[in-house]
Design a protein around this ligand. Sequence first.
Ligand code: NAP
Ligand code: ZN
Ligand code: ZN
Length: 346
Amino acid sequence: MSNIHAYATTAANAALAPFEITRREPGSHDVQIEILYCGVCHSDIHQARNEWGNSIYPMVPGHEIVGRVTAVGDHVKKFKVGDMAGVGCLIDSCRTCPQCAAGDEQFCENGSTGTYNGIDKNGEITYGGYSKQIVVDENFTLLIPANLDIKAVAPLLCAGITTYSPLRRWKVGPGQKVAIVGLGGLGHMAVKLAAAFGAEVTVLSTSDNKEVDAKRLGAHHFVNSRNAEKMKSLAGHFDFILNTVSAKNDYNALLGLLHTNGSMVLVGAPAEPSQISGFSLIMGRRSIAGSLIGGLAETQEMLDFCGKHNITSDVEMISIDKINEAYERILNADVKYRFVIDMASL
Ligand code: NAP
Ligand code: ZN
Ligand code: ZN
């Protein structure tokens, strides 16, 4: 066991503060990683504040982890000491159920283990990336493309895979009109990826000051979703909508923007439920669906795609002592477009 510096919260209404945790010594299939960078996901805030009602304290958030391998177990094949490695939202699953066998470890029928706010097989609370070091089974550890800036790779481990997976599953590509709702951490990755897949991309945002950035990131159009006239002119316009909004929003209004047979996929996970009128779906045979991160193989596929196409996140670096301020800025939709903690500051 080693003692590791971390930042934790101890209650839904407490600020994050310095905290000590212990990590196991690497077992034969484990990789020990010195964490260099960790992205800050809106899910960290939902969980730190128990907005989803499933929080376990003390909580060390962080599931967009990139670092350097400092030790490996005897059976580890993928990594050697000195390599860069990534860890996303999952650190374990049963590995044998039909979901795990199909590469959907996030839907493991026996319960996958979250990188933090989870219970490990040994019965202990899992602690995430707002810490100096983590020990993870190599099967839940990702290879990082050598050509990418690793600070800007960290957000791919959640924001990247969460947007890549539904864009791939719904076969977004050339000839399709796609809307990305909300230009935050997930939204800006969705814009980059949907544009790389060849779709015509529109950002629907509540922040007029993000228009120039939206176009720089690859969007072809930008519409303020609070402009009723403009929204009306988009009725029936889109083949696919990816909704990344973190707070309660009007699903019926967005479904009305879909063309016949169009789909809206929710990745944003607001705590409060929204009502959906049956007519929003019946008219135009529209669908609404949801998507949760992605499995390990698909996460590696996404990282390799990003390496090939030179895609990373637009990041604002912070030191760990600025984490509570960063949370407030995220809640004010004031992040361009992902905060990443430089763990040297811990
Ligand atoms: P984020 O950086 O805070 O981005 C969310 C964006 O939504 C904001 O920047 C803002 O964009 C827009 N927004 C915020 N409040 C709004 C409101 N009241 N009405 C309309 N638009 C609003 O958050 P994130 O890290 O991208 O995460 C987004 C959501 O996805 C969170 O709920 C998170 O928990 C969830 N999530 C889900 C998964 C999954 O597997 N499904 C994975 C990761 C995260 P504009 O300024 O452009 O309007
Ligand atoms: Zn996340
Ligand atoms: Zn399983």
